[in-house]
Design a protein around this ligand. Structure first.
Ligand code: CAA
Length: 388
């Protein structure tokens, strides 16, 4: 049966997330955007009412929500401000590899830290010279006795400056390409240096930093899964988190769309509200269709995960379509505002700036197309294991 009707619980969850977005996020979003102010108060409140760490199972202190439930939260909070949602949602990205491949002790210890207090964790994959090409990474982890010693730099790390621990990918066999990468949990200590906070075009309320590991020692038990199997952990993680990015993109597009609709009913040109002009109506119609399809693709990619099925292509469909939609819809929303759309006071331009990152992080728009093309032309036949 195909049915996208939400249960009463899901409707209540969405309403709660929407109220939170309206009262706690929207009310300060444009203020936070000016100087890139860190939203600690919002993090504390979101954690308190269970809007953070939604995918962490109850046995580790989390809510144990489904992926679809997570998408409902992510769309609403991103409707409030996607910079804030990126901040409160990034624990999900750092925690996914631990859930996929961590030992029971690692899960208890590190996931427990996130659920005991409003702590943050970061996902460290990207490097200055290894963005889309993950296997080009240079960070090294060398085994010495019962420890690994980590050296290297990771860039564009969400919440990097505030994290208590990091999921880090490093080469354990530098000559083996993607088959020489391992994943680790790395607690913050004095050898972990936060080098740089980026000054960004959009999502300015989120923290993006460069993190350098200088002879950082990690206990061998912090290895996630098997040595040299980290690349697959990263890919399986992104399959699980791209639906959330698609949900965020849908939230940004919806926020800009609602503003454009309201404005089109108020703004009078040629003697009538501009909403009476077919040129504007067709833009509104196209925006509405794209948002609707983004949400359907997002929910579909999340529901497959909830059913325990591989969602690689669906996750890339959703991420690529919703991200492109966010960029197109926010650009058109500015267009509906005409010259006023270009003026900060009218607020809609923030959504256009925030939307851009949707086509960049967690795999660019081009990487999503590459994944879709490969899954279409050379589909991987092997069903992936539930964990590695
Ligand atoms: N699940 C499980 N296994 C997978 C997989 C998946 N989804 N995708 C690929 N694999 C496996 C393949 O089957 C293959 O296995 P074998 O070793 O058994 O042959 C192996 O992984 C290598 O696959 P590819 O040959 O396809 O690898 P590639 O080097 O060509 O790279 C890629 C593929 C899709 C380009 C990948 O590198 C990629 O996704 N790049 C984008 C990285 C990305 O999204 N970065 C974002 C960082 S996170 C972030 O932005 C968040 C933030 O905080 C800002």
């Amino acid at each position: 049966m195909v049915d996208f009707t939400l249960t009463d619980e899901q409707k209540a969850l969405r309403e709660m997330a929407h109220d939170f977005a309206e009262k706690e996020i929207r009310s300060v979003a444009w203020e936070l955007d000016v100087d890139g102010t860190w939203p600690q108060d919002i993090i504390n409140k979101a954690w308190e009412i269970g809007l953070m760490n939604s995918h962490i199972p109850e046995e580790y202190g989390g809510v144990g929500a489904s992926y679809l439930d997570g998408c409902l939260i992510e769309e609403e909070l991103a409707w409030g401000c996607s910079g804030v949602q990126t901040t409160v949602g990034a624990n999900g990205l750092a925690a996914a590899p631990v859930l996929l491949a961590g030992s029971e002790e690692t899960k208890k210890k590190y996931l427990g830290m996130l659920t005991e207090r409003p702590a943050l964790a970061s996902f460290c994959l990207t490097e200055p010279s290894a963005g889309s090409d993950v296997s080009g990474m240079r960070t090294r982890a060398v085994k010495k006795g019962d420890k690994y010693v980590l050296n290297g730099s990771k860039c564009f790390i969400t919440n990097g400056g505030y994290a208590d621990w990091y999921t880090v990918y490093a080469k354990t066999d530098p000559d083996a390409g993607h088959r020489g990468i391992s994943a680790f949990v790395v607690p913050k200590d004095d050898t972990v240096i936060v080098d740089k906070k980026e000054d960004k075009m959009g999502q300015r309320a989120s923290n993006t930093a460069t993190i350098t590991f200088n002879d950082t020692e990690i206990p061998a038990e912090n290895l996630l899964g098997e040595e040299n199997k980290g690349f697959k952990v990263a890919m399986m993680t992104l399959d699980r988190t791209r639906p959330g990015v698609a949900a965020m993109a849908t939230g940004i597009a919806r926020a800009a769309f609602e503003m454009a609709v309201d404005y089109s009913k108020e703004r009078v040109q040629f003697g009538v509200p501009i909403a009476m002009h077919q040129a504007i109506q067709f833009m509104i119609a196209d925006m509405s269709t794209k948002i609707h399809l983004s949400r359907l693709a997002t929910w579909n990619s999340a529901v497959l995960l909830d059913q325990g099925r591989r969602n690689t292509i669906e996750s890339s469909h959703a991420k690529r379509f919703a991200a492109d939609t966010a960029m197109e819809v926010t650009t058109d929303a500015v267009q509906v505002f005409g010259g006023y759309g270009f003026i900060k006071e009218y607020k809609v331009e923030k959504f256009m700036r925030d939307a851009k990152i949707m086509q960049l992080y967690e795999g660019t728009a081009q990487i999503q197309r590459l994944v879709i093309a490969r899954e279409t032309l050379l589909p991987r036949r092997v069903e992936e294991p539930a964990a590695v």
